[in-house]
Design a protein around this ligand. Structure first.
Ligand code: ATP
Length: 286
């Protein structure tokens, strides 16, 4: 199966910040989550992939077409939801859709109207007067109305109420269901990634720290509980981070296949635990 999105050795400097040699790929039919603490570079990466920022080096390929070389054809295939509004704030929802729809070869106004009805978006309100969550809904309705195959979303769930957040997750699953389309989305809501993502790209300080299937990432680490004394005597485990508490202590470690943890209580970490412990542990031993 060919990659739908391929990012190769991407470099970009924005002020003092640099994206450093970013590479990863995504096949059709999958959801990829972009994770990283504040300032890790997720938005900068998304903007560079979308050619909103001109890259300094490397390549972005969608369906084997290079973004800068065939920008029009590549953008035709991408539906985006960004935390920054790219539309004309002073114009109504429907005028925006009609206007920006002209940039896409397969924009379907009827379909857009149907999504707006389903999402409760008033067609004649100006985009600037929509609430944060409504702007996300509007962008999603537009993204779904021009036959895109790659959906790129920057923290789409951030301003959504819990009901629509759940609906958004359902839409993401529907998007990838027939195996021809993919979603790349950034979020701080690790619970969503836990449920939804097939792959995780974990960014740190402008670089890709980890890129792997979500199940493998969770398999890679374990949390071992015990008393302080027990945790301190874990010589055979590859401990990345330890935390001692009044009511119990734990160690976060890289697991090895078939490891026997004896009488220790062990659990598979949540993505939230993985992020927290890697961050606190200084990303050592990996
Ligand atoms: N236009 C800009 N000029 C200068 N520095 C910038 C610019 N845009 C972003 N940066 C810097 O680049 C770094 C990465 O920011 P970015 O928004 O990509 O991170 P992020 O992972 O999306 O963070 P968050 O989770 O907070 O949204 C930050 O240190 C930010 O201050």
């Amino acid at each position: 199966m060919e990659d739908l999105l391929k990012v190769e050795h991407l470099n970009k400097r924005v002020g003092e910040f640099c994206l450093k040699d970013i590479s990863f790929s995504l096949k059709p039919g999958y959801i990829m989550g972009l994770l990283g603490v504040n300032g890790a570079g997720k938005t900068t990466l998304i903007h560079t992939i979308l050619n909103l920022y001109k890259k300094d080096g490397g390549g972005v390929y969608v369906d084997d077409m290079e973004m800068e070389e065939e920008e029009r054809a590549v953008k035709d295939k991408i539906g985006f939801v960004l935390d920054e509004n790219m539309f004309e704030e002073s114009m109504s929802v429907i005028r925006n859709a009609k206007g920006f729809g002209k940039l896409y070869s397969k924009f379907d106004e009827e379909l857009f109207r149907i999504f707006c009805k389903n999402f409760g978006i008033p067609l004649n309100k100006t985009v600037g007067s929509l609430s944060t969550g409504m702007k996300v809904r509007f962008q999603l309705a537009f993204a779904l109305s021009h036959d895109a195959v790659l959906f790129i979303m920057d923290e789409p769930a951030a301003g959504l109420d819990p009901l629509f957040r759940k609906e958004l997750m359902r839409y993401m699953q529907e998007i990838v269901e027939d195996g021809t389309r993919s979603v790349l989305f950034s979020t701080h809501i690790t619970e969503d990634l836990e449920k939804m993502s097939d792959y995780i790209v974990l960014m740190r300080d402008g670089a890709v720290f980890l890129s792997m299937p979500t199940v493998d990432l969770k398999e890679r680490y374990r949390i071992v509980y015990g008393t302080k004394e027990q945790i301190e005597t874990l010589p055979f485990f590859r401990v990345i981070y330890k935390e001692y508490g009044e009511y119990g202590s734990y160690a976060f470690l890289e697991s090895t296949e078939g490891e026997d943890y004896g009488e220790y209580e062990v659990k598979e970490p949540l993505l939230e635990d993985i992020m927290y412990c890697l961050e606190k542990g200084g990303y050592s031993y990996v």
